[in-house]
Design a binder for this molecule. Structure first.
Ligand SMILES: Nc1ncnc2c1ncn2[C@@H]1O[C@H](COP(=O)(O)OP(=O)(O)OP(=O)(O)O)[C@@H](O)[C@H]1O
Ligand SMILES: [Mg+2]
Length: 462
């Protein structure tokens, strides 16, 4: 609860004069009070208002005040209760305290007594809410610790070394926003974490958000936070991602899917580093860096007017592109060895080796799912393998890459093939031109022209 909030108090007592008097006393205070003289009236108010504190007479006619206490403590976990009892009703007081009442007052009491009791409750409520916010933050931080373990990035190809270089630069400039592009499973989130944990922001939160996984109605409040009561369900003040990531990094995954109407607000927050919670007017400063990622062609989203160009410019101060695994085949072997190591340890199969044929097989595979696919197939292979040697049967992949690359070579290198076919035919016919032309299925004159073109003599030994 922020200190600026007025605490809302419900007074539930069957004595109208008492509730009126107490309400009158609260008029000049920092509290907003509601009165109820029956349990039914009280419940109605509890439903319609976000009551922070209930002042409850445990001796209401026709109902047991303790039952009401039990009910409200289970239904409104954030509300505190001060009970009012009559003199000599110690038994009820003890029961009420055991049921979770925060304090009690004995009738008749002085206003100063209730004032003190309320202030104490208010402090407690504030502490409790602050604690909750800290817990939210802490759970994010401990999750981060776990995720740190999964941040090793393996690769030897020049392309991946270049990505490393760029990540190091990004870590050195903790204010610069970074856009990471690349197909699904290439390691974009991995690189984002590496940047964060190698930067000055490393002791603060790294929060990964996939906005396409959040319902559109909640998006704004998730990013900007909200003030208690600003919409149905907003039962507490809540920090949004921008605030949680103060001094840390906000990782926006699948940025291309960000709803258009939120993009302008994200842009403003990113430019000004000032946000306002939904339903609030207070401006809050927050210092975050955005690393965003996409596996879509974001430029074409801009052309389709689905993504704001100004936001793109804001986000890609530094741009890192991670090439697909098929474009950097040198990385397949070290990655496979790494994953075998990881899963062999995890599944207590320490002596597992990989046969050379597997490396050859995987070099011919396209990996549409990139490193994630390689990781998953290795995990599966290790779980299912019977002996200690992983063979090609443990990796059920179709070597698409080979066939496509051969097709590529054939069509692209038509000239080379023509030359080598003529050479082969010449050799086979012992340089008899007619026989060579016949074998190639062309006219003898055509063969002469081609031999001239390729600088072949009748006795070319190649
Ligand atoms: N170079 C690498 N070294 C080790 N592990 C890697 C590497 N690249 C990716 N991985 C692993 O592959 C998996 C997928 O990576 P990540 O989640 O970072 O991909 P992504 O590009 O964010 O994918 P998507 O676009 O689907 O979200 C993760 O388990 C990650 O640890
Ligand atoms: Mg990802």
């Amino acid at each position: 609860m922020a200190p600026r909030d007025k605490i809302k108090i419900l007074i539930l007592d069957d004595e109208k004069q008492f509730t009126e008097e107490l309400s009158g006393f609260f008029l000049d205070s920092d509290y907003e009070s509601f009165e109820a003289n029956t349990a039914a009236e009280g419940k109605k108010i509890l439903i319609n208002h976000e009551i922070d504190l209930l002042i409850l007479d445990v001796r209401l006619p026709g109902v047991n005040g303790l039952d009401i206490l039990k009910e409200v403590k289970t239904q409104y976990s954030n509300m505190e209760v001060i009970i009012i009892s009559a003199h000599g009703d110690m038994d009820t007081v003890i029961k009420a305290m055991r049921l979770g009442a925060f304090d009690y007052l004995r009738k008749p009491f002085r206003y100063i007594d209730i004032q003190i009791a309320i202030e104490r409750t208010q402090k407690y409520l504030q502490l409790q809410r602050r604690l909750k916010q800290m817990e939210e933050r802490n759970s994010l931080i401990s999750k981060n610790l776990e995720e740190k373990i999964d941040r090793q990035f393996i690769g030897v190809s020049p392309q991946i070394l270049e990505v490393f270089e760029q990540a190091i630069t990004a870590a050195k400039y903790p204010e610069a926003n970074v856009l990471i592009t690349g197909e699904s499973g290439t390691g974009k989130e991995n690189i984002a974490r590496i940047i964060h944990y190698s930067s000055m922001r490393k002791d603060h939160v790294f929060c990964a958000v996939n906005s396409s996984a959040i319902s559109e109605t909640l998006l704004e409040s998730e990013f900007f936070g909200h003030k208690k009561g600003s919409f149905t369900g907003a039962i507490n003040d809540k920090m949004g991602f921008f605030e949680v990531c103060n001094q840390g990094t906000l990782f926006l995954d699948e940025i291309a899917d960000m709803p258009f109407n939120l993009q302008a607000k994200i842009l403003r927050a990113t430019e000004e580093k000032v946000i306002t919670r939904v339903g609030d007017t207070n401006q809050i400063h927050t210092d975050f860096r955005i690393i965003s990622a996409t596996n879509h062609d974001i430029e074409s989203r801009v052309e389709e007017r689905k993504f704001r160009l100004d936001l793109l410019h804001r986000l890609n101060t530094l741009h890192i592109h991670i090439p697909a695994l098929r474009e950097r085949p040198e990385d397949i072997k070290p990655l496979l060895i790494h994953f075998v190591d990881v899963y062999a340890t995890r599944f207590s199969k320490p002596n597992i080796r990989v046969s050379e044929e597997v490396f050859d097989l995987l070099l011919k595979y396209d990996f549409p799912g990139n490193v994630r696919e390689l990781r998953n197939m290795t995990e599966r292979a290790i779980i299912l393998c019977k002996g200690n040697l992983l063979g090609i049967n443990d990796f059920p992949v179709k070597p698409q890459k080979n066939s496509t690359s051969e097709e590529h070579t054939e069509s692209v290198n038509l000239k080379m093939n023509e030359l080598s076919l003529i050479q082969k035919a010449l050799k086979r016919s012992k340089y008899n031109h007619q026989a060579t032309a016949d074998a190639l299925g062309i006219h003898r004159d055509a063969l002469s022209r081609k031999m001239k073109k390729y600088n072949l003599t009748s006795k070319n030994e190649d």
